[in-house]
Ligand binder design. Sequence first.
Ligand code: NDP
Length: 283
Amino acid sequence: MELRGMPVVNALNDKLKQDILSLSKQGVVPTLAIVRVGEKADDLAYERSATKRFSSVGAAIKIVELPLDVTQQQLEDTIIKLNEDKSVNGIMVFRPIAKHLDENRIKQIISLEKDVDCMSFLGCAGVFIGDKNIYPPCTPKAVVELIDYYGIDVCGKKVVIVGRSLVVGKPLAMLLISKNATVTICHTKTLDLPSECKRADILIAAAGQAKMITSDYVKEGQIVIDVGINMLGDSMCGDVDYENVSKIVESVTPVPGGIGTVTTSVLLKHTVESTLKSLKNKA
Ligand code: NDP
């Protein structure tokens, strides 16, 4: 079975459209500010697809474009202004930012209430202590949304995650532990990775290595979730060798059309939730 992202997106959007409609009756449009330093092709592509997804349901994206030679002070002033801007409900900063800028300072000053992609240190801490009031990073949350949508019960199951980054692997492990999964995190120093992966009930690839999870890493009955986004020439592929792995396992997410598709809707969901919370706090 192919675990496609689009049905998850449609289910999420149906619910969000109702919230957005009721907000619009109060004259409020959920708005995400995206801060971009320079003009990286990947950032521009993400910006375009997020803008399309947000506007299709009546939410908005405000692009804050800064030149590549922006100073640390200018960047910090921009974030502080967005923190205070009542028309902005979420803030996302494209990372990694230019080398001359101190990303850690931004992680300290970005408002926790508007931190819809979990950039702040406090947001990260919240994921690790299981604080339900923070917004987990969108990609790990997209994995959880997909798992929930397809009714995959992770309670007591062996989950193996390949990748230990702060953006995907580690927070994802925390989210799944809180759903009572038994989680193993693997990385480049893991001994005998194929055997570790074969032990999993649910295998999640987030390594950023094109098609590295081959048929040697999987067994019958497994659920395989591919978070990877890699370019092989002109075509996009995941970390899973889909063609061969899909013949063995029970179900697998495609790339493109899998987790990446869900991630933008999670960003939208967090922005809408942040808007609703700010109105509630005002009342
Ligand atoms: P990073 O490069 O930050 O981390 C990769 C992790 O994978 C590291 O922990 C690394 O181990 C591990 N790893 C790499 N190669 C191997 C290997 N051969 N064997 C075992 N472990 C390995 O990547 P990210 O976490 O940022 O992203 C991972 C993937 O997810 C990328 O393809 C990225 O494009 C994609 N992505 C997808 C998103 C989406 O919306 N679908 C959003 C964000 C990312 P070590 O720590 O030892 O170096």
